[in-house]
Design a protein around this ligand. Structure first.
Ligand code: PHB
Length: 387
């Protein structure tokens, strides 16, 4: 070894031994585990863009620490999830996990986060379990529980006079729980879910199921689909001649980030979600302008959830002055926070899921126009969560 290299190496070793914990590694490593391929690819991309935008607006640092990124494509495949999350935790030594979209993958991430004590912020996946029986001090969600938009739509459908409803979705946690929320509110209000149709994720052979719906002739249909699958479902529903005869109600993912591809077939559809177009608050206006400038694109709900995941990380990190090992203080700060989101201000409930307004939206052109608040300050029940 040359003398100068040797000195440099010595200096580096000294720096590591002498400096206090928070200064040892000035960079904070964020591990994105998101779908960059498959039916949810566009969702993963929007989440990453939203997250990076907030960090860039803060000059690349949160809680005094420079942010660096590593990423893994989880392919929305639960079978690969444990291996993928362990790459980020054990190989890349990330300080924070940010992911994911698919509920089945998120449950594997939550288990690994719990086992290893790694901070996890979920920027989409609504799996009820992660803020239910699996809830933990180091696990947070910036998005929603699958139950929330479904529950809000159950109330809306009943108010609009539907009595007999058929549901149709993908057979996995997100679909089951979205339908579960809908059914809970709808049947409480006197309605009845007469048939629950489903197909495996991410299949899109909807035709036989649409034929069954036409034969049953319900007052309305409730659905959860998202991403590429949602585009195809809305088009197939219209092509089957059902759009003008049986109202289609959905969790808002049905028409979010998808309207360009759905075109005329989506016009007029009613959905419920915690974000929408035309909210007209200062934060949303600034966010949209900033996103447009950075990416030449209009943000959707996924971009908002990514942005807010970064805001939540900032709130926690500021409270512990960048020392992410102080998990109790990090959690306390978020539990007390009012998060100034483009969706409107929201808080984090005791199970670490957002407490937020769920809007009623109607598709008009390229917009999911907000036409009212379906349910105000809706909290997931957090059933089975013991912190
Ligand atoms: C989920 O798997 O929880 C999920 C996926 C896509 C969405 C919403 C929820 O748009």
């Amino acid at each position: 070894m040359q003398r100068r290299t040797l000195l440099a190496a010595l200096a580096a070793t000294l720096a590591v031994t002498v400096l206090p914990a928070s200064a040892q590694s000035p960079r904070l490593k964020v591990g994105f585990m998101l779908p960059y391929s498959g039916t949810y690819a566009a969702l993963g991309d929007a989440i990453e863009k939203g997250f990076r935008l907030y960090v860039a607006e803060q000059g690349g640092r949160l809680g005094g620490r420079e942010i660096e990124y590593v990423k893994v494509d989880d392919e929305s495949d639960p079978a690969k999830a444990t291996d993928n999350v362990n790459k980020l935790i054990k190989r890349d030594n990330v300080d924070v996990l940010v992911g994911t979209v698919h509920s089945g993958v998120a449950m594997a991430m939550a288990k690994a986060a719990k086992d290893n004590g790694t901070l996890l912020i979920i920027p989409n996946a609504g799996a009820v379990a992660v803020t239910g029986p699996m809830c933990a001090q180091n696990i947070f969600r910036s998005s929603f529980s699958n139950w929330q938009p479904g529950y809000a739509m159950g109330e809306v459908a009943a108010k609009r006079g539907a009595r007999k409803v058929v549901t149709i979705t993908w057979k996995y946690a997100a679909g089951d729980e979205s339908v579960g929320g809908f059914k809970e509110a709808f049947e409480k209000a006197g309605g009845q879910v007469v048939k629950e149709l489903s197909l495996p994720f991410p299949n899109v052979e909807f035709q036989p199921l649409l034929t069954e719906i036409a034969a049953i002739k319900p007052d309305a249909v409730y659905t959860f689909f998202a991403g590429g699958g949602a585009v195809k479902f809305v088009k197939d529903y219209a092509a089957a001649g059902l759009k003008n005869t049986i109202p289609l109600y959905g969790a808002g993912f049905l028409t979010d980030g998808t309207l360009e591809a759905q075109g005329a077939d989506a016009q007029g559809l009613l959905t419920t979600l915690h974000y929408g177009d035309g909210l007209d608050n200062a934060k949303d206006r600034a966010f949209r302008a900033s996103y447009q400038k950075a990416y030449s694109a209009v943000p959707d709900v996924y971009a908002v959830q990514g942005y807010d995941a970064a805001q939540m990380l900032a709130i926690g990190l500021n409270a512990v002055k960048g020392d992410i090992s102080k998990q109790a203080d990090f959690a306390k700060a978020l539990e007390a926070a009012k998060i100034d989101s483009p969706r409107g201000t929201f808080t984090i409930g005791p199970s670490h899921n957002p407490v937020q307004d769920i809007y009623l939206r109607q598709v008009a052109g390229r917009d999911n126009k907000v036409i009212g608040v379906a349910t105000k300050a809706l909290a997931d029940p957090g059933r089975g969560c013991k912190m």
